[in-house]
Structures are given as C-alpha cells and as structure tokens.
Design a protein around this ligand. Structure first.
Ligand code: HDE
Length: 700
C-alpha cells in the first residue's frame, strides 16, 4: 500500500508518455514513420507536397508549442516534495493534513520572480513567489505566497495599475526584470500604501542567494476553523532550514549575465544531489476576539503582525525531494488558486485576498486554454473528483451516466456530502454593511510599519537599502518623481530620506522625523542565520601546477564532510600536477565561471614563496570580487601572497607568519603543509556567517 506521500507520484507515473518497450517513431495517430529528415517532395529538387501529413503534423505541432506566459510570475522553477505536521493542530483547524504527524502530504512548490518574462534572469531585484500546492486527502490546498510578508497595494482593484506600472514601459518594453524605471516610481510616489513593500524590495530580501534560503509568507490574514466551527485568524510563515541569505546588488547584476539561471539551477542541483531543501511552516494565531487588538487592521495586507507581539508557532515541515520530469508539463502548467482551500482553512475580508479569489481561476482559463486544466497531471488532486462539470476544451476524462443534479436515472449520484462530515463548510461570519466604494479608515497609516522595518535593520542592511533607493531612483528620468518619493521617505525616516536625496540629486527634506520608533528584531537577516551549517555552499579552490597537494586535500576533505561543494578551478580544464607529483582533476576552467557563482574562495599555496595563482588575472579578479562582495576568503601557505591584490580594497594583511589569522571573514595561515584544524574551523565559521560586512566600505 503506497504511503500518502507516494500517491501523487503514482498518479504521475500513470500519466507518463514514455513507451516502456521502446519502438519506432510514429505520428500522433500512431502510424509508424520511417524518415523524418526530408519532406515529401516532387522530385529531389522539387516542391514539398501537401499530402506530406507527417511534415504538416510535425510543423503544426511545433507552431503551437507555446502558451501565454503568466501575466505576472512568468519565470519560475518548481519541485515536488512532502509536508508533515509536527503535531495535531485540531485545536485550531480541522484540516486533515494538519492532524497527524505520521501522515505526509505530497506537495508541488513553484518559486518565481514577478516582473520579468519567462526568459528573464533569476537574480533581478524583485519579489519572489513561493506557491505551494498540497495534494491533501480532502482535495488540493494552495498556499500562494511570496517571500515578502506584505504587498504593494491594499485592494485588488488596483492590481492592474500596479502591475502596469512595474512591468516594462508600454512604448519600448523596457526594462526587463527590473523595477528601476519611471512608471513604477511614479506609481509609488503617488500611492504611499506601496511603501512598506517597497522597503522590502529595496532590502536584500529582494535578491535571495537561493530559493532554498528564503522565507515564504501567506501575506494575508487567513482563518483556521476547528471541528466545532470556531475560527482563529492565522498568518502563514515558511522558514528555511538553511537560514535566509542574500546576494549583494553588484553581484546580483553580474550574475544575470554569468548565469541567468542561477536560482533555478541551484534548486535543481541541490535536489539532484540529495540535498533536499527544507522549510518549517509556522503560524501566528490570533483569536477572533482579538481582531481589533492591534494598531493596524488585520485585514490590511500591507501590514505584518510583529513576531515579538504574536510569536510564530512551528507546526510542520516541508521537504522538496524530487525535480519535475518535464518543465512544461509540470512547472509551466501548474495552476495555483488562492480559493483552492480545504475544510478548516477559510478566508478573511482582506480586499486583496478577495480579488485574488477571483483572478487566479480566471487567468488559468486563458493561460491553459479552457476549463479542464485541473485534469493536467500536476494539477490533479489525489482526492477523488466526482461532479457534473462536463465538456469544454481538452476534456480528457470519459464521463458516463447522468450529468445533472438531482437525478434518479443515475442513482442520484454524485450525492451531496453529508453536512458536518468532511464537506467544506464556509465559516459563518456575520456580515452587515452598506454597499460602499471607500477604503477603510483603519487602512490609512502607510508610514509606521515601513519605519519599523527600517528601525529593525542592522547598519549594513540600512546601507544596502539606501544604495538600492539611490540606484532605482537614479534611473528615474523625471526629477519630480524622485523628489516626490523622497518626500514620502521623509515621513518614514528622516535619515533615510536625507541619504537617498543626496544620492539622487533632489533637495534634502527638512523637518523629517521617524514615523515610528518601534522595531521588530525578527525582521533583520541577522536573526535568520538558520542552523549554522555550511551544507551546499559552493566553495572555489583556485589551483595551478605545483599547488600544495596536502592543502587541497585537507581542505576538500573537511569542507566535503561539512556538506559543502568544493570545486577546483584552474586556468584551463583537464588536470594539474600537485606538489607531490600526482595528477589532480580540474572541475572547471576559470574563464567559464566567476566569483559570483560561488559562496567562498580558497587559495592554497604552491612551492615555497610562489603564490601560484597571482599571475592569472582571472584568479586575481575572482578573489577581488569575492572580497568586495563580503564573501569568505581563505588562503594557505604562499597562497596568502595573492591577497596583496586586495590591499587597494582595504584589506590589511597580517604580518604574522605561520599562524591562523581571521579578520572579517579572511582566514589566512602562511604555514606550508596540510591545513590545521584551527584554520579549517575558522574557515567553516566564516562560510557559515555567509557575508562579512565589517570590511572597509566598498561600493557595491
Ligand atoms: Fe498573484 N497572481 N495576484 N499575488 N501570484 C498570479 O496567477 C493576482 C498577489 C502570486 O507559481 C497570477 O496563475 C492579483 C499576492 C504567486 O504559478 C494572477 C493580486 C501574492 C503567483 C495573479 C495578486 C501573490 C501569482 C498570474 C492582487 C502573495 C505565481 C498567473 C489582488 C501573497 C503562482 C497565475 C505560480 C500569480 C493575480 C497579488 C502571489 C494573474 C489579482 C498578494 C506566487 O492570477
């Protein structure tokens, strides 16, 4: 008997198109084809014949291979996995998949960027989508979230305006995968409800190191409902086991060229290597009686509930352990919908959520070409589907019997599910009001929470935010838009506004003060380091002929034992000769890679007194970039000499010999021979810290 988590996999197997017995090429009609390299023509040099049905079918199918990309979140990557709760959540929700720690529920997750088209680069400054489909025993539940906990607008009716503003400008379709342009900032400067999400967008959260290293949030306040019909407000949080880590902006930009698939590849490779990414699902629970206990409205999706006020309670974990087999069939055709809920999970009147509950079904009709998209393998529930919905484009089920209700001819089937059983029951919230087109006064404070976000940042995070604002507004042509945005920032925090104004050439605001003095330390990346391991970090070891073999071996062994991925890079591919006369394989040639693709770099020594890679400009640039981007740098023996290239960047090299020296993530030891335990410990600690911001200020 298959475990519940295998049920989705079994269902997928049944949909596979592969012919297990092999066999020759055929047409779509199953007619065998003996030749697919030349068209049927009237003579060797003659015109192609209309009757060549194989040619026409092949070309027609090719002409129709594309479907419209998603209007937002077009670029994404997905994976299958499972979710398991830690304990029963019956006190708050009757959702079956949150009851029993022994039950694993299969999931499919799609991560995405928002602004760019399907073929845009991964490491753009943008929100990341984090959409999870739980194939539960009670039907599909979709938690369609982002890696920011707040959104740019409060009411879904403004979504087309916001998306038009952030998308490439209509006259020239520029920029791709970027928000640094006039129309977005024009919108922002006129719509201060965007400010909280804009603060997140200008922070390092918008350039994640990896999909595996970012948080996810449901954003809206949802509702749990237990078996007694009691509701509890709930906010969902995904927290990555590996901690939350980001790139720096300079690096993110270079990465767009060096590897546009950086995040997609990272997810794929980790899963292929058996390094399954994992998140903990946490909930913030608010009793319905406390709906008005906050100084903001729980229904306002531009607000968070600070974790210090309502702690996040861990309720389960999700592991992604299987890559899709066909990107189009699965990742492209997966259809999420906020209204895909299961008994025990319900909505609130958040006006953004209400709009989404309309939009997602609507969009699939055009994107997937008709109403039968839930029959596609990736979208099919593992729970049985029985209803009288029929026909439409691409119907692939063969229904029989009656197709209406009530019926007697079909034995009354499918009958209503019994009330109070496992059927979905909408929470009986009392609703009473006048029809009115007006934003609630409780949604009007647009500055306090952006200020709280700013106050919660470490100094280096603040510096990155200021630099991001300067970059983005610096690309805006209309000075009025720059100035108007700075005026809003002045209402968030005076110092922030002054710093930005100086960078973008608009008058510094006068009389600016902080909108709030509150802070939520949980918002800083400093508090989200994860389990402190270095698993899956990519470490480059720069090698040449004559490299100290004991050093590379000792470092490789230790880092690999810690779960890091070590690659030896040399000027050319193939092999190098170590100091011991042995031959060592090169993993990659330096010209094919770059520092931005790695998390840390190590320089082993060579024959005494010869820094082996110092003469290679690619190697020197590699080390310089790593240093500028705050990455750990290790050097051993004569390899330490290469670091003199970093002195113009502010590095002060230690004059101590044959000792382990650690300074701001630069770990050195001039001793020859194998790396000492002390050196390896210091290097691992530096890698676990991810980045080192105390180095002399470098412009990113
Ligand atoms: Fe979406 N959003 N959205 N969104 N969204 C879509 O649905 C929409 C919003 C999010 O990997 C579309 O299937 C409206 C918030 C993700 O397939 C579309 C509003 C959050 C994904 C749509 C929002 C999201 C989408 C485009 C405001 C975070 C990608 C294609 C009322 C909580 C899902 C599609 C995937 C995709 C509409 C706001 C997350 C057009 C109208 C807030 C992760 O239906």
């Amino acid at each position: 008997m298959a475990s519940p988590a295998d049920r989705k996999q079994e269902q997928r197997e049944a949909s596979k198109a592969d012919d297990p017995a092999g066999g020759p090429l055929t047409t779509d009609q199953g007619v065998e084809v003996d030749h697919t390299d030349d068209s049927l023509a009237a003579g060797e040099r003659g015109p192609t014949l209309m009757e060549d049905f194989h040619f026409r079918e092949k070309l027609t199918r090719f002409d129709h291979e594309r479907i419209p990309e998603r209007v937002v979140h077009a670029r994404g990557a997905g994976a299958y996995g499972y979710f398991e709760p830690y304990e029963s959540c019956a006190e708050f929700t009757r959702a079956a998949f949150l009851q029993d720690p022994a039950v694993r529920t299969p999931v499919f997750v799609r991560f995405s960027t928002v602004q760019g088209p399907k073929g845009s680069a991964d490491t753009v400054r943008d929100v990341r989508g984090f959409a999870t489909k739980f194939y539960t025993s009670e039907g599909n539940y979709d938690l369609v979230g982002n890696n920011f906990p707040v959104f740019f607008i409060q009411d879904g009716v403004k979504f087309p305006d916001f998306v038009h503003a952030v998308k490439p400008e209509p006259h020239n379709d520029i920029p791709t995968g970027a928000s640094a342009h006039d129309t977005l900032w024009d919108f922002v400067s006129l719509q201060p409800e965007t400010l909280h999400a804009i603060m997140w967008l200008m922070s390092d959260r918008a350039i994640p190191r990896s999909y595996r290293m970012m948080q996810g949030f449901g954003v809206h306040t949802f509702r749990f409902v237990n078996a007694d019909g009691k509701g509890t407000f709930v906010k969902f949080h995904w927290k990555p086991r590996l901690g939350v880590h980001s790139l720096v902006w300079d690096e993110a930009q270079e990465c767009q060229g060096r590897d546009p698939d950086f995040n997609r590849r990272d997810l794929w490779d980790a899963i292929e290597a058996g390094e399954y990414p994992e998140w903990e699902l946490g909930v913030q629970l608010v009793p319905e009686e406390d709906e008005f206990a906050f100084d903001f409205d729980l229904l306002d999706p531009t607000k968070i509930i600070p974790e210090e006020q309502v702690p996040v309670r861990p309720i389960g974990r999700m592991v992604l352990d299987r890559n899709p087999e066909n990107f189009f069939a699965e990742t492209e055709q997966v259809a999420f919908h906020t209204a895909n809920v299961v008994p025990g999970i319900d909505f609130t009147n958040d006006p953004l959520l209400q709009a989404r509950n309309f939009s997602y079904l609507d969009t699939q009709l055009i994107r997937l070409g008709g109403p039968n998209f839930s029959q596609l393998p990736v979208n099919r529930p593992v729970a049985p589907v029985r209803n009288n919905q029929r026909d439409g484009y691409h119907q692939s089920a063969i229904h029989s019997g009656t197709n209406y209700f009530p019926n007697s001819l079909g034995g009354g089937c499918p009958a209503h599910a019994g009330a109070g059983g496992s059927a979905y029951t909408h929470h009986a919230e009392r609703v009473d009001g006048h029809k009115i087109r007006r934003r609630s006064p409780s949604f009007q404070d647009h500055y306090s929470q952006p200020a709280m976000f700013w106050n919660s940042m470490a100094d280096w995070e603040k510096q990155h935010i200021v630099e991001a604002f300067r970059f983005e507004l610096g690309k805006v042509g209309a000075m009025t838009v720059r100035a108007r945005t700075v005026e809003h920032l002045a209402k968030v925090d005076g110092e922030l506004a002054v710093q930005v104004a100086r960078g973008v050439g608009v008058p510094e605001p006068s009389a600016a003060e902080a909108a709030s003095k509150s802070a939520s330390p949980a918002l800083s990346l400093e508090s989200l380091r994860g389990d402190g391991s270095i698993r899956t970090r990519q470490i480059a070891v720069l090698v040449t002929d004559g490299v100290d073999a004991e050093q590379i071996t000792s470092v490789r062994e230790r880092l690999a034992a810690e779960g890091a991925i070590v690659e030896a890079l040399a000027a050319t591919d193939g092999t190098i000769k170590g100091s011991d006369g042995e031959t060592y394989a090169v993993d990659r040639a330096l010209p094919t890679v770059a520092s931005v693709l790695y998390d840390a770099v190590l320089l082993p020594g060579g024959p005494v007194g010869t820094p082996p890679t110092a003469a290679d400009p690619d190697a020197v640039r590699f080390v310089r970039d790593a240093y500028r981007h705050g990455k750990p740098v290790g050097a051993l023996g004569s390899g330490v000499g290469v670091l003199s290239a970093l002195e113009p960047e502010g590095l002060r090299l230690s004059t101590e010999f044959h000792r382990v020296v650690t300074d701001q993530g630069v770990v050195t030891d001039t001793s020859p021979g194998p790396a000492s335990e002390e050196f390896l410990n210091a290097l691992c600690a530096a890698i676990a810290a991810h980045r080192h911001w105390g180095r002399a200020p470098v412009r990113h």
